[in-house]
Design a protein around this ligand. Structure first.
Ligand code: COA
Ligand code: MG
Length: 321
């Protein structure tokens, strides 16, 4: 069947949402131990040199871009180059994501087919407006018998996507859906809304974080265009971490180190987490809901946070950092 015919199929009928369990905390996570996504580098698929370089970079994930970073005349060649690269020996070992062109654009269907054949960890959908766009991509992947291991990431970069971000993220709670990550697209969002600076984008960025938490998916901040100013970039990463983002999308290899550093637990945070775990493990505290440590109230929710932080730190250590 031609894939071009797939998109007229009503996706909500094709894939009804599974009933949600009664309690929020029982909702299964797609990835029980969330993957590290501190530093996620865009690499234009049209740039051979950047493709080759990407294999040796210490970022947690790479987004190979067929969309904004590739001009209309280069689209077909870039798609073929990327397919060869991802099925060849130089494919990186980190999480591999491919940003395709919108499915309804002239390149979208071919992008989806070529990308699916290269078996990335995820496909990133640009210019998504609502949950329907995600379900359509999901249904199109199912039609090609794509393995369920291929996840979907979505750009939140249109005004409609921001307004619908809660409904989009809700798909993350459907065990049958592929949604795994929301990526803030700050350049497109600023263009469409005419918002002039990051300060004024922040309320919408917080909506992205909130929705991601509600849907149990990862939230990534947008890019910093000024890739030579690493000092400003470090501040922006720290701000993004404080806002609740899991990581930052990047445009240049020089941004990887600062992002990895800012989104990793510090030695002090690890020591504090270990102290909380040790305190709750004491026989006298084992059944208590709340304890006092150094004049501070520590509850079991802090224990859960501490355990998550320790797991993250050990994942980073496994990576050899
Ligand atoms: N991924 C992999 N390698 C990259 C890279 C990237 N995103 N950006 C730069 N490099 C490489 C260069 O090829 C160069 O490699 P070399 O050391 O082997 O010569 C090295 O890093 C240094 O690059 P530099 O000269 O500092 O930058 P540049 O002028 O070549 O490129 C940009 C600057 C902004 C054009 C480039 O970084 C880029 O294309 N970034 C991604 C843009 C993108 O994908 N945008 C869409 C999403 S927002
Ligand atoms: Mg964009």
């Amino acid at each position: 069947m031609g894939v071009a015919t797939l998109y007229i199929k009503p996706a909500f009928e094709a894939k009804p949402l599974a009933p949600l369990p009664g309690l929020g905390h029982e909702v299964p996570m797609h990835e029980p131990l969330p993957r590290l996504r501190r530093s996620v580098l865009y690499v234009p698929a049209s740039n051979e040199k950047a493709l080759m370089k990407s294999a040796s970079l210490p970022c947690d994930a790479v987004i190979y871009d067929l969309e904004d970073a590739v001009g209309p005349e280069e689209k077909t060649a870039a798609r073929e180059r990327l397919r060869g690269f991802l099925t060849g020996p130089s494919r990186p070992r980190c999480e591999v994501v491919v940003r395709i062109n919108p499915l309804l654009s002239e390149w979208g269907t071919e992008d989806l087919l070529a990308t699916r054949a290269a078996r990335p960890d995820a496909i990133l959908l640009p210019k998504v407006d609502g949950p329907r766009d995600v379900l359509d991509a999901d249904a199109a992947l199912d039609e090609t018998d794509a393995p369920r291991s291929i996840r979907l990431w979505v750009m939140i970069e249109t005004a409609r996507a921001v307004l619908n971000v809660g409904a989009i993220a809700e798909l993350g709670r459907d065990p049958a859906a592929r949604l795994s990550c929301l990526v803030a697209g700050t350049n497109d969002l600023a263009k469409e809304t005419r918002v002039a600076d990051r300060q004024n984008l922040k309320p919408w960025l917080m909506q992205v974080v909130l929705a991601a938490r509600a849907g149990n998916v990862t939230a990534l901040d947008g890019v910093s265009n000024d890739f030579r100013d690493l000092n400003a970039f470090g501040h922006e990463c720290a701000e993004a971490r404080a806002m609740g983002f899991d990581g930052k999308t990047l445009i240049h290899p020089a941004q990887i180190g600062p992002a990895n550093s800012v989104f990793s637990p510090t030695a002090n945070e690890i020591a504090e987490a270990e102290a909380i775990v040790a305190e709750f493990a004491k026989p006298e505290n084992r059944h208590r809901g709340v304890i006092a440590m150094k004049g501070r109230m520590v509850e079991r929710l802090h224990l859960e946070q501490a355990e998550a932080l320790i797991k993250k730190a050990s994942k980073i250590e496994e990576k050899g950092e």
